[in-house]
Design a binder for this molecule. Structure first.
Ligand SMILES: [Zn+2]
Length: 164
């Protein structure tokens, strides 16, 4: 499954990439041209008024609420039956493939503390970004867990308690 996202869903795009999905974000407004060019992707949008058009064009789409990324990712994962597993195989900035690298190769770019404690270093050749797992990774895992409770049983709005 590949995704095309409306341009107001940048944060959701980032999380779909964390989950390993090929995700593109529109740079401008929704247009017929863009939709047709990307018809091999599931279009994720908050724009109800495009629904009729999307149906007519036969484009797979998913409507998500105009709330925050937590409710949105929760809706996407539950509606499409996607496992909430952080694969971290795609660059969260540009969507490029990440390849494993050794930290020694990038020693001068890694903060000292991360160099000593982090693991699983990966690199994006497309945009020259460097990633690693550390404390923030564990934080991401729990953020996703919290997000997944935001839309359960269609009662997302009642679950706005601020945990953690
Ligand atoms: Zn990249």
């Amino acid at each position: 499954m590949k995704f095309l996202l409306e341009n107001n869903l940048a944060k959701l795009a980032k999380w779909l990439r964390f989950l390993g999905y090929d995700t593109k974000t529109l740079e401008g407004p929704i247009t017929f041209e863009e939709l047709l060019r990307n018809r091999d992707r599931v279009f994720i949008t908050t724009s109800k008024r495009w629904e009729g058009t999307l149906k007519n064009l036969g484009i797979e789409y998913l409507l998500v609420p105009r709330e925050d990324w937590e409710v949105q990712i929760c809706t996407v994962l539950k509606s499409l039956g996607i496992e909430p597993e952080l694969k971290l195989t795609k660059c969260s900035y540009c969507g490029g493939e990440l390849k494993s690298v050794s930290k020694e190769e990038f020693k001068d770019r890694i903060p000292k503390k991360a160099y000593e404690t982090a693991y699983d270093f990966t690199y994006c050749e497309k945009c020259d970004a460097l990633f690693w797992k550390g404390l923030h990774y564990e934080r991401m895992v729990s953020m996703l867990k919290v997000a997944l409770r935001r839309c359960e049983g269609g009662e997302g709005k009642n679950l706005r308690s601020h945990e953690g």
